[in-house]
Design a binder for this molecule. Structure first.
Ligand code: DON
Length: 309
């Protein structure tokens, strides 16, 4: 790759200095743990397809992966059952409704439409090949680690906080089951989904995941092939359609890159063939996307001239 490293470092530094202390937004509070994370934390990182790393701020701080984990389980389901079955059983369209909407299911005969909303993510978890609950969890944790290129652990604190408050998701899991869109025990899918949301990543590990998608499934730091190159376009298409929830269209319009957010404050964007860009800062906008994270990622993409459209 021929991008001057000092240009990359400068773009990261500029975005961080401009937006890392931006006011606005609030930590997610429906998961008690997330409300307790210090709101002033901010980090930005890029990892190139050559494995170069550029970062600023609290890039070592580990935060809950939350909805960004939906991309990892999608990757595994694509490997296991293939893109046609994922499209047929889950879908590849935006719901036009919040990430935990029950109405979205009701409007589409129980088909979740996207693996990146809560319903579709639980259905995706249930599609993964597994002999039992612990094997399902082990396989999902394994792909998270391979994508991060680092040992990734479940946070017992986050998991406990989520498992004791996830009644809405349990209801969605049963609705999926009653509509024939759940492919294992619904409470197993909800449990494993909740665990996958409760692992901790730092911003460099998150950017490494993005770089792996950018590099056709090869993790540029470990040099290992994590998923088939032919599956990465399906992941990026799903991210484009629903990765930023109700802001996905505005994100495509203004930033022009596949993105994925989580209520832990993380954001991931992918420049195919070039790099992963990741940001973290807990305060969220009403859609559930990090206020500072969106600005920092957009700034880097704009300064470097990356917009797919
Ligand atoms: O299931 C939930 O509601 C959370 N564990 C994850 C939601 C989430 O991250 C939505 N993203 N912006």
């Amino acid at each position: 790759m021929t991008i001057d490293p000092s240009r990359l470092q400068q773009a990261v530094a500029n975005a961080y200095s401009q937006y890392s202390t931006l006011a606005g937004g609030e930590n997610a509070s429906y998961i008690p743990y997330l409300a307790s994370v210090p709101s002033q934390l901010s980090a930005l990182a890029i990892v190139t397809v050559d494995g170069e790393v550029f970062s600023q701020g609290d890039a070592d701080f580990r935060f809950a992966l939350e909805s960004i984990s939906k991309v990892c389980s999608l990757a595994l389901a694509l490997e296991d059952v293939g893109p046609s079955e994922v499209q047929d059983k889950i879908g590849a369209d935006p719901t036009g409704l919040p990430f935990n909407s029950v109405i979205a299911l009701e409007l589409h005969n129980g088909k979740p439409l996207s693996p990146l909303v809560n319903a579709g993510a639980m259905s995706t978890v249930s599609l993964v090949n597994a002999s039992d609950r612990e094997n399902r969890w082990a396989r999902i944790l394994d792909i998270q680690q391979k994508l991060a290129g680092a040992p990734i652990a479940l946070s017992d604190e986050v998991n406990h906080s989520e498992q004791t408050t996830n009644f809405h998701n349990r209801a969605i899991a049963w609705l999926l089951y009653s509509a024939g869109a759940m492919y294992c025990d619904p409470m197993e899918a909800c449990d494993v989904y909740t665990r996958q949301c409760s692992t901790l990543f730092n911003t460099v590990e998150l950017a490494t995941m993005g770089a792996t998608f950018a590099a056709g499934g090869i993790n540029p730091r470990t040099k290992k092939q994590v998923l088939a190159a032919s599956n990465t376009p399906f992941i990026l298409a799903e991210m484009t359609m629903e990765g930023m929830y109700g802001s996905s269209g505005d994100w495509a319009y203004t930033v022009g890159l596949p993105g994925k957010s989580g209520v832990g404050g993380g954001i991931l964007a992918v420049v195919p063939g070039v790099m992963g860009i990741a940001a973290f800062s807990p305060p969220l906008d009403p859609t559930g996307n990090s206020v500072r994270g969106q600005k920092m990622v957009a700034s880097v993409a704009q300064e470097l001239g990356y917009n797919l459209y």
